[in-house]
Design a protein around this ligand. Structure first.
Ligand code: UDP
Ligand code: MG
Length: 309
C-alpha cells in the first residue's frame, strides 16, 4: 500500500460538518493528484456521526474508520489517528472545518521543500467568542514561558508531519498528552505556515472550559516542573522572611517598642503559610496522580470497530 497523504480528523458529535468535511477534503486531495486517505477517528460520538463515518468508509476506499468504544478525548483520538495512518505525510485537521482542508497543499509544499513538521499558525481567528480567544492567547503564552520546549505561539494541532516524526511520536506512550508539545519536543526541521482559522462549520465547540483547563494542565505537567519549583521558591521565601524577622523582633522587644500586638498578624501568617502548603500539596498531587495513571499502563484507547483491518 503506497499512500502519500493521511489526513486525520478526530470526530466527536460532528454530524453537521461530516459530509462537508468529506466533500472538501476529497476535492482538495483529488485536485492535488497524489494518493491519500482520510482517517476518521470517532471519539465516542452519540449523535449518529459513527454511522455516518461507517457509511463513508463503506462507500469510498479513501476513508478509513476507527470507532472508539467511548469518548477518550481529542488528544487520544489524534493519537489513534497516528497509529492507523499509513501515509508518508500525516496531516491533522479539525472535523469542524476550522482548519480549512484547502491549506493542505500549502503545508505539503513546505514538506516537499524538506521540512518534516509543518504547523499551521493561526494568523486570524474567525467567529470565536472573546473569552475563548483571550484564554487561548493567555494559555499559549503561559505554556511558552514556563515549559522547556518552545511550542510555537498560536498554533493548534493542525499540522503536517513526515512519517519519520510520527514513528517517533508513536513511541511516546504518555497518557496525559499534549500532541502539539510532543511534536515540538521531537525536533526535526520545523516551519510554520500562517492561515486564517475559520468559524465552525456547524454544531458547537466540544471544548468547554473544563476540557480547556484539563488540556492546559496536561501541557504544563507534561513539559515543565515549574509548578513544583514554585513551591520550593515559596518555601525559601517564607523561611527567609522568618529568619530576617527574628533579629527585628528581638530588637523591638529589647528597645521596649510595642510591637505586633493582637492576633491579626499571627492569623495572617498562619493562613498564608497554610494556604501555600495546601497549594503545594495540591501541585504535588497533580503530578503524583499522573504518575499513578502512567504506572497503571492501561491502553490509551479502546477501539470498538475498525472495518478496514
Ligand atoms: N473532539 C474530539 N473529542 C473530544 C472533543 C473534541 O475528538 O472529546 C474533536 C472535535 O470533534 C473536533 C476537534 O476535536 O474535530 C476540535 O474540537 P472543537 O472544534 O470542539 O474545539 P475548538 O475548535 O472549539 O477548540
Ligand atoms: Mg473547532
Amino acid at each position: 500500500m503506497n499512500i502519500t497523504y493521511s489526513i486525520i480528523a478526530p470526530i466527536y458529535n460532528e454530524l453537521e460538518s461530516l459530509p462537508e468535511l468529506y466533500r472538501r477534503v476529497t476535492t482538495v486531495m483529488d485536485d492535488n493528484g497524489e494518493s491519500w486517505e482520510l482517517v476518521l477517528v470517532d471519539d465516542g460520538s452519540t449523535d449518529g456521526s459513527t454511522e455516518k463515518i461507517l457509511e463513508l468508509a463503506k462507500q469510498d476506499d479513501h476513508v478509513r474508520a476507527v470507532i472508539f468504544a467511548r469518548n477518550f478525548g481529542h488528544q487520544i483520538a489524534i493519537t489513534a489517528g497516528w497509529d492507523y495512518a499509513r501515509g508518508r505525510a500525516i496531516v491533522i485537521i479539525d472535523a469542524d472545518l476550522q482548519d480549512p482542508p484547502e491549506i493542505i497543499p500549502e503545508l505539503a509544499k513546505k514538506w516537499k521543500e524538506g521540512y518534516e513538521v509543518v504547523y499551521a499558525v493561526r494568523a486570524e481567528r474567525e467567529g470565536e467568542a472573546w473569552f475563548k480567544k483571550l484564554t487561548a492567547a493567555f494559555f499559549y503564552r503561559l505554556i511558552y514561558l514556563i515549559t522547556d520546549v518552545k511550542i510555537p505561539l498560536d498554533t493548534g494541532d493542525c499540522r503536517l508531519m513526515d512519517r519519520k516524526v510520527v514513528d517517533v511520536l508513536k513511541q511516546m506512550p504518555e497518557r496525559h498528552r499534549f500532541p502539539r508539545g510532543m511534536s515540538a519536543w521531537v525536533g526535526f526541521r520545523q516551519v510554520g505556515v500562517p492561515y486564517k482559522r475559520a468559524a465552525r462549520y456547524g454544531g458547537v465547540t466540544k471544548y468547554p472550559f473544563k476540557k480547556m483547563l484539563k488540556l492546559a494542565l496536561n501541557a504544563i505537567t507534561s513539559f515543565s516542573y515549574f509548578p513544583l519549583q514554585v513551591a520550593t521558591f515559596f518555601g525559601f521565601a517564607s523561611a527567609g522572611l522568618a529568619i530576617l524577622a527574628i533579629p527585628v523582633v528581638i530588637y523591638l522587644r529589647v528597645a521596649g517598642i510595642p510591637q505586633f500586638t493582637g492576633q491579626a498578624t499571627t492569623l495572617i501568617a498562619v493562613l498564608f503559610l497554610g494556604g501555600v502548603q495546601l497549594i503545594s500539596l495540591g501541585i504535588l498531587g497533580e503530578y503524583i496522580g499522573r504518575l499513578y495513571d502512567e504506572a497503571k499502563g492501561r491502553p490509551l484507547y479502546i477501539v470498538r470497530d475498525k472495518p478496514h483491518d
